[in-house]
Write a protein that binds this ligand. Sequence first.
Ligand SMILES: Cc1cc2nc3c(=O)[nH]c(=O)nc-3n(C[C@H](O)[C@H](O)[C@H](O)COP(=O)(O)O)c2cc1C
Length: 327
Amino acid sequence: MTKTKDNYFKNILKENNLILAPLAGITTLPYRLFIKEMGCSFFVSEMVSAKGIFYNSKNTFPLMETINEEHTNTICGIQIFGSDADIIKDVVEKVINETTFDFIDINMGCPVKKVVNNNDGSALLKDLKKAGEIVKTVKEVSKKPVSVKTRIGFDKIDTVNIVKTLEDNGADMITVHGRLKEEMFSGEVHIEEIRKAKKSVNIPLIANGDMFDEDKAKEMLDRTNADGLMFGRGANYDPFLFKKTKHFLKTGEQLSFSTLDKIKAAQRHFEIHMKYSSAKNKVIDFRKYLYWYIKGMKNSAKIRGNINNITEEEQVYELFKIIEEFI
Ligand SMILES: Cc1cc2nc3c(=O)[nH]c(=O)nc-3n(C[C@H](O)[C@H](O)[C@H](O)COP(=O)(O)O)c2cc1C
């Protein structure tokens, strides 16, 4: 087992143990900058293909955008996926080491067919020897700390073997999404497996899966004894989740935010999005966030219909006005 003494993440997690999950197409640079304003200061980029970097794919480089603001009182890692150790070695040495990202996260959890069929993402959980080799290779050439985001198995539970292999090969931190690849994103999260994972390693262990409010977050922390929590969809639906959880863990009190607060936050997100997004059509790209923000609001079915027709910036501001009138 790796010694924890000089572990980069261990020191950071003492102050800052709530992390934004990597979400492909969602946790873009503008989204991360927005969530920073909403109280989170520990991020991972959306996943980036090592092969895409290697072959200079024009679609890959926009995913690697980062600015200094993400690394000031904040840390942001880049998540890579791939299963060819030579390619990964090359891109870490030549490209990722030269970026300002604070750490490298390796994706060993993605269940999407296109990724798994290439033996990437969660497919690595079927071949732990290879998974270990990849971590070892990245550690050998990386100038940055290395974490891994994984699941509890491919089609059968294998949590302890997985996390021990990752630790033995040099991972500095592991995040466990408490589901099998086969379970994709539904069914109950196996909290007990995350607890076992935490007990099996000496490096920091982060718990992930289905924390949609601060109660669930506290329950996850209490039941797993994890060193930190990673929020994905919960933070999408509720941009105040980081503030709420931080406050709840510290004081036991629940903060409440109004629908108007949420709309103001959404507007702020939109401003940042328009400034920093590299999407081909920034407004259409923002629709997905709008759907989340209106979820559960009065008249959300009607508003949803309006969102489907939005193509211009002014229409978004118009929509915010309409929502404010409705609430
Ligand atoms: C739309 C979407 C995109 C995702 N993209 C990634 C990704 O790029 N890398 C990754 O490791 N996990 C990815 N995940 C998994 C999440 O990071 C997280 O593990 C999962 O959603 C469970 O956490 P949650 O319940 O808090 O959302 C994605 C999940 C969703 C729903």
